[in-house]
Structure formats: structure tokens, C-alpha cells
Ligand binder design. Structure first.
Ligand code: ATP
Ligand code: MG
Length: 235
């Protein structure tokens, strides 16, 4: 397996409380890796540690073999780590198009123009609503905007934190189709945090399951059974 990202001995704390414990794993290039586990096990903390929003107390993170552990989050974004946070975090008082423009900050090639055709082909609804305020979109449309904004930055590794959480089924299907297209393009490695095994099964190549901040199960989707995985899930 060719690894795009590698974590060695990562321990992350909030103040005195240890959240991530001795994480060691590799993320396969060009594949979708899903991080699973119940509420509060540290999935978001893991993504924030990868983006540089949180500093691990120990350990190293390498991107394509380069140590990025001490790089701030804006530099990591420029190096190709795209982030779609849990709860979406779009700007409600900016239009859809203005939200998309913010994604340009992560571009390495300093292109100053949103690739609108590509984005609206993936998310037609954003083309229709480009002048609408972000805050006036439905939750599912905001989720699509958040993914689109990350894609404008042309990430090599895309981190998605529970993109289907609280989203209506028809938009979940759209997001599934987008993830499949991104994977098929061969230009992305994706780390997906997801609690729905049904959704994960549709798109995932590899699984990493966390419990209390430690990896308790990992493997590829053909090797792991539903029973093994749902052991560590809430439902
Ligand atoms: N800012 C913070 N300060 C202190 N503790 C925090 C903070 N954010 C999260 N935690 C704690 O860290 C632990 C892991 O939280 P995290 O958000 O990473 O879990 P999660 O797996 O993403 O959960 P969920 O599935 O609910 O999103 C939890 O016990 C949580 O209460
Ligand atoms: Mg979370």
C-alpha cells in the first residue's frame, strides 16, 4: 500500500484529559478511509490533529513522507489537506459564491478564480443558488457547500467529519455520488468520519475504528464484517 498520510505515536490532550492515545496508522493513497466509533471517542479530535487545529503532545504526522507535525493549519491546507468540519461551518452572511471563494486560500497554484463549472457539475444546486446567503440554505445544501469550498482548494487529502449527520436522505445520496466520483477521478485520498455503517459500506475501502481514543479495529472493507464493525457503533 502506498501511504499518503502516516501517523506515529500520536497522543492529543484537551488540558489534562487525554483524548487520543498512541495512534499509529497509515492512510492509503487514492482510497477512502473511514474513521468509525461512538460519540466522544475522539474522531473530531483526530481530524483536528491532522489539520493542525490541535497540537499533539507527542508523535509525528507525515504527508507524502514529509513531517508536517509542526506546520500550522494554513500551511497544511496549502500542502493539500482539505477539511470539511463537523457542523459544516459555512459563513451564513456570505453568499454561496463568496463562501466558495474562501476555498481559494488553500490553492497552491495561487489561482484566484473559483472553478465554477467543475463545482456546479458536482453540486448543481450550488449553481442555482450561487447568490443566495449561506445561512438561507438547508442543512444538506450547507453540507454540500462546505464540501465544495474544500474542493475549490484542490486538496490532495480530503477530511470529512460526519457529512451525513442530520442530512435528508436525498442529499445523502448526492453526497455518496460525489464521493464516488472523487474517488474515481484518482486525484483524492479521503478520510471520512462516519457513524452510519450503511453509508460507509457504499464508499469505503478501509476502516479505522476508535474506542476511547485508541484504534481497536482496522482493515479493508472486504475483510471486516458488519458484525465486527457494529460492535463499536452506537446503533
Ligand atoms: N474543546 C474541548 N475541550 C475539552 N474537551 C473536549 C473538547 N472538545 C471535545 N472534548 C472531549 O474530547 C472527547 C472527544 O471528543 P470528539 O469531539 O473528538 O469526539 P467525536 O468522536 O468526534 O464525537 P462525536 O461523534 O459526538 O462527534 C470527548 O470526551 C469530548 O467531550
Ligand atoms: Mg465529532
Amino acid at each position: 500500500m502506498e501511504a499518503v498520510l502516516e501517523l506515529k505515536n500520536i497522543n492529543t490532550y484537551y488540558g489534562e484529559s487525554q483524548i487520543l492515545r498512541n495512534l499509529n496508522f497509515k492512510v492509503e493513497k487514492g482510497a477512502i478511509t473511514t474513521i468509525m466509533g461512538r460519540n466522544g471517542v475522539g474522531k473530531t479530535t483526530l481530524l483536528k490533529t491532522l489539520t493542525g487545529l490541535l497540537d499533539p503532545a507527542t508523535g509525528t504526522i507525515s504527508l507524502r513522507g514529509e513531517d508536517i507535525t509542526n506546520e500550522p493549519s494554513n500551511k497544511r491546507a496549502k500542502k493539500g489537506i482539505g477539511y470539511v468540519p463537523q457542523g459544516r461551518e459555512i459563513f451564513p452572511k456570505l453568499t454561496v459564491f463568496e463562501n466558495l471563494k474562501l476555498g481559494l486560500q488553500a490553492r497552491r497554484d495561487n489561482v484566484k478564480k473559483v472553478p465554477e463549472d467543475e463545482i456546479y457539475e458536482l453540486f448543481p444546486v450550488l449553481g442555482e443558488m450561487k447568490k443566495r446567503m449561506g445561512g438561507n440554505l438547508s442543512g444538506g445544501q450547507q453540507q454540500q457547500l462546505s464540501i465544495a469550498r474544500a474542493l475549490v482548494g484542490q486538496p490532495e487529502v480530503l477530511l470529512l467529519d460526519e457529512p451525513t449527520e442530520g442530512i435528508q436522505p436525498s442529499i445523502i445520496d448526492d453526497i455518496e455520488a460525489v464521493l464516488k466520483k472523487l474517488k474515481a477521478s484518482g486525484n483524492f485520498s479521503i478520510i471520512l468520519v462516519e457513524q452510519s455503517l450503511e453509508f460507509a459500506r457504499e464508499v469505503t475501502d478501509n476502516y479505522i475504528v476508535l474506542e476511547r481514543g485508541s484504534v481497536v479495529l482496522e482493515g479493508n472493507s472486504t475483510d471486516l464484517s458488519d458484525a465486527q464493525l457494529s460492535n463499536y457503533l452506537a446503533f
